[in-house]
Design a protein around this ligand. Sequence first.
Ligand code: GDP
Ligand code: MN
Length: 387
Amino acid sequence: MKIHEYQARELLAEAGVAVPDSHVVQTVDAAAEAYAKIGGRVVVKAQVFAGGRGKAGFVKLCDSAEQVREAAEFMLANRMVSPQTGSDGIAVKRLLIAAAVDIESEYYAAVVVDRTRRRPVVMVSREGGVEIEIVAKENPTAIVKQWLHPHLGLLGFQSARLIAGLGVTDKEQAKAVSRIIRGLVEVFFKYDCSLAEINPLVRTKDGQILAIDAKMNFDDNAIFRHSRLREMFDPGEENPLELQAKEHNLSYIPLDGNIGCLVNGAGLAMATMDLIKLHGGEPANFLDVGGSVTAEGATEAFRIILTDKSVQGILVNIFGGIAKCDTIAEALIAAAKGIGFNVPVVVRLEGTNVDRARKLLAEAAIPALVIATDLTDAAKKVCAKVA
Ligand code: GDP
Ligand code: MN
């Protein structure tokens, strides 16, 4: 799960991280009102789940109510396109009006899970503001890392190393950086983050250290224990098909290809996608209906896959263990009648009650249906259908 910058700032501020004063608004008038409260120079920022806003023109410095209105009008009326969005871009519904700061240096600070070392790692860099992936590639020594013991957290010497890594020597500023890193680590652990990032963390011309942009991702499997995060959830920013899938306990991930996949079990889904690729096709999605899939679950899965306009063929691959093949066959027939198949559907069923399932499918005589003998045969057939 992701949250907006303004929400991430809220969590950081609660953990003692210094962030400039700000207001969230949804209209041009409210933006002007927020400006009246802050005054001076402000920054108007689109609140969307994608970075690269600065370069896309969706982070603007303004010195008057008129400029704020103009920036707000532009951002609310135009879709934002950045390297982190699709070419269609995304609509902007909320804006953050924040007190602007005079920046002297931009730093980077983040905590992420390091899967290789199986623990969180704090990363800081003097080269903040830009994308960290580029720094990591072109100048890896500019990133200083400290790995955290899951029970001990951030230790004093690690904090000192990170501050040294940022090249902050002034005593007061070092203290301020230390407080911010500690706050960031606190938020990371408290809310089960997979990423907690401040980019940029800035030193202002008058020597203050402030977080002026924040990004957080959370482990979906831990959301159940954070009512605070559930309140922050913004369904408007999510892919509607993914939401629909989540509601029905299906794990669905849209991909770029044209072959829709409906499979029971994540491992089997991976193997299915591998075979599709092996035979020259491209999967349109990963969809795991779960080992104990029901007729309702399968029907919903068809609904989701068939909504995707890029799907030109579907491969159904079910291994009946706990799930019964005849249940799936019935769901297939119900979906064919209820939703209708406008693309070929190649089916490979194996396992519990497969004989009854085959019989049901044969009797239903659905024109779009193609029965495969095994997985390789199914992959070949569906690839041929969409070629
Ligand atoms: P992102 O591009 O989506 O990551 O948005 P950021 O919030 O990081 O803003 C992008 C850039 O805008 C920052 O790296 C800064 O250079 C600039 N910026 C943002 N806020 C301020 C501010 O208050 N004052 C100044 N001078 N620049 C700012
Ligand atoms: Mn940023």
